[in-house]
Design a protein around this ligand. Sequence first.
Ligand code: SAM
Length: 421
Amino acid sequence: MIDVNDCREDNFDSIPIDAFWNTGKEKELKMHRIHAYPAKFPAFITTKALGFAKQNNLDAKRIADVFCGCGTVALEAKRNNINFWGCDVNPVATMIARTKSHKYQPQRLKRYYNAILEVFTKSDNEDSSYKQANERLKYWYGKKQYEDLSRLKFAIGDTVPSNSSYSLFFLCAFSNILKPTSRWLTKSIKPQIDPNKEPADVISVFKEQCHFMMIANKESDAAWHAKNEIVTGNFLDASIKHPTVDMIITSPPYVTSYEYADLHQLSSLWLGYTEDYRELRNGSIGSLYHVYNFDKELKRLNNTGTEIVFRLLSQYKSKARAVAKYFLDMQNVAKACFSMLSDNGIALFVIGNTEYKGVRIDNARHLSESLQNSGFSQVFITKRKITKKILTPYRDETGRFTTDGGGRKVYSEEFILIGRK
Ligand SMILES: C[S@@+](CC[C@H](N)C(=O)[O-])C[C@H]1O[C@@H](n2cnc3c(N)ncnc32)[C@H](O)[C@@H]1O
């Protein structure tokens, strides 16, 4: 760990990799893999972070993840019997996080599962349902897949008490089969149709998905009693009431990387979170679609933010606006995290740099300056290797890795930034 005040150079390139943060000792629980989610971080980061806190005389009794995504920290907190508060603006994320961090009675799951299949088998596809479907869903699904999915959703609703944790379990399973059963280009992080794809059979993938989740539930050693509260909303929104916590462990969104609302549109539409998925871009930090007064707000950027935004501005004006908004939001995040922590509390961020057309977006440097400006008495930094080996460090338009240097650069290292109150 290096005190950021001792990093005299402009970027953090010379910071050595600290192997402590590279890998974990334990095999990750299957529960962490019940639903695809972009940019989720490895579960062992939580264990390491709690270990780091202990070494530094902090007994974390309540922790938070202010960008909880699919609930990696939420589940690890439960396993460690620590109270948890989490927040994410994306309702699909909080749905997965709640499911993951819950422990289910295996027999009850099995009973509901059999009943869902029975209702599904006994019911017929309604001829008119495809005609009346949301236009966006018709874009992604053929008639057969759409009707089978409607029938399956009806069977879940008819069998499992709504608003119960068991309903969440089966809706989470349903949500994770929506891409394979659609025309969505497999593994693409941009919404794109694959004209050659043969969409999977709905009930076969649902069965596989439920089996996997039931095995994962049995394996999960999440404690039953630790409290966990997971809120859907914008962390920066004043209406979000958060408790005081001893520690924050989180990985913030990036700009120019993922448009979460677009990526989860199938789930948001099917699960009824919205009629128009674009509404869910509101409040999502790092989205390219925010409307705000750029000229007025620019003055609030810190030094790192100003420098990067001006480098982008001459050539890529709309990207510069998006990046500026991202930096402004992250400055507010640093302040909000500071005020949420108990005295001596620790905030730990896993954050990587990105690059846009040769302009480096120094997220780590920007956040470290933001933490210092927010009142953290000490800010430390170290670097870790991202375990998956990335030999081709660029992504193409669909988000696939490529050797084409004109693409968006992704790095194989990221930073751990720690602020102590
Ligand atoms: C890098 S991901 C976090 C992944 C998480 N660590 C995991 O393992 O699943 C960043 C998350 O921030 C969320 N996010 C973006 N803007 C937000 C906001 N204003 N308030 C709360 N969450 C937000 C995104 O929806 C996304 O899930």
